[in-house]
Design a protein around this ligand. Structure first.
Ligand code: GDP
Length: 289
């Protein structure tokens, strides 16, 4: 049972981006560093064509640093693409963003150059508002009372001659492989009532058991989790946390919530649910939805 999620008003976003794209120099796509492949929207690549692209791996504080490095190298090897990692604890991310955009479009945005026009996109919950607020705050601090945002245009002046536009409308994830649906659900990017939490927790545990067994064992005080079936593991976690229904039965729903919450908050540790290689394999395996 795959997760699907494609609210109807996506076509409005498509139209709005298509109308604006001609005048944009660089497209910033905010990705979730824990699931960069799955949190991308393939529609964006179709719409932005050959425009230079900056991939921002956000929430890098929650992600596995070694895997973030793999993803950054993966994107940096692509033509007309650069990638940087960010997280909400950074108080001044503007310098990094500006620097990366200037490398992508060197003829723009310098003091004597034509203005740089940048569009920022990202699926819900990836941290776009947080980043924009930080950028606006930085600019406000620099320029006194001048507001950094023109509300009507959703335009932020990042530096002289350097303009950032927020994406009009919503860019929902477009799920093209089954595993992406599970990873998006685990990350919190999909509304709770669009999926079965127990199923998503079981998928998550299956992956963590293979790649982050040590973190599961440490957090839930379990031994040899690799030898347990996914359901056995969920039960063991529920029992360990006292999520019981009576007569010794485990409340699997509650156990699933515990697993998801502790993954999302990184209480389990810094985890990334896919590598560039794995994501490529999912695409190639023909599991396209
Ligand atoms: P938006 O829907 O893309 O605008 O996402 P928000 O900016 O509202 O962020 C969604 C959630 O992620 C909020 O709870 C933020 O506090 C959190 N968040 C955003 N950026 C980061 C980050 O870099 N690290 C962590 N740990 N949390 C973040």
């Amino acid at each position: 049972m795959a997760i699907q999620w494609f609210p109807g008003h996506m076509h409005l976003t498509r139209k709005a981006i298509a109308e604006r794209i001609a005048e944009i120099d660089v497209v910033i796509e905010l990705l979730d560093a824990r699931l960069p492949g799955s949190s991308a929207n393939p529609m964006l690549a179709e719409l932005t064509g050959h425009k230079p692209g900056l991939k921002v791996l956000n929430k890098q504080d929650l992600a596995d640093p070694g895997r973030t490095a793999l993803w950054l190298a993966h994107y940096n090897a692509q033509p007309a693409t650069r990638a940087i990692g960010l997280d909400a604890s950074q108080t001044a991310p503007a310098r990094q963003l500006i620097e990366a955009c200037r490398q992508l479009a060197p003829q723009r945005g310098g003091s004597m150059a034509k203005p740089m026009r940048v569009l920022i996109c990202g699926i819900p919950n990836v941290g776009k508002s947080t980043l924009i607020n930080t950028l606006v705050g930085t600019r406000k601090a620099k320029t006194g009372d001048e507001a950094g945002v023109t509300k009507l245009e959703q335009r932020i002046v990042l530096a002289d001659g350097f303009y950032l536009w927020d994406t009009p409308g919503m860019l929902w994830p477009r799920i093209i492989v089954a595993q992406s649906g599970y990873n998006l659900a685990a990350s919190g990017a999909i509304g709770r009532n669009a999926f079965d939490e127990e199923l998503v927790a079981l998928e998550l545990l299956g992956y963590l058991k293979r790649h982050y067994a040590g973190l599961l064992e440490a957090r839930f005080k379990l031994d040899a989790v690799a030898g347990l079936g996914d359901e056995e593991l969920l039960e063991a976690i529920g029992r360990q946390r006292g999520a019981l229904l009576g007569k010794g039965r485990v409340n699997l729903q509650k156990a699933a919530e515990i697993v998801m919450n502790e993954f999302r908050s990184a209480s389990l540790g810094r985890i990334t649910l896919e590598t560039p290689e794995e994501f490529g394999q999912w695409l190639a395996a023909g599991q396209l939805l």
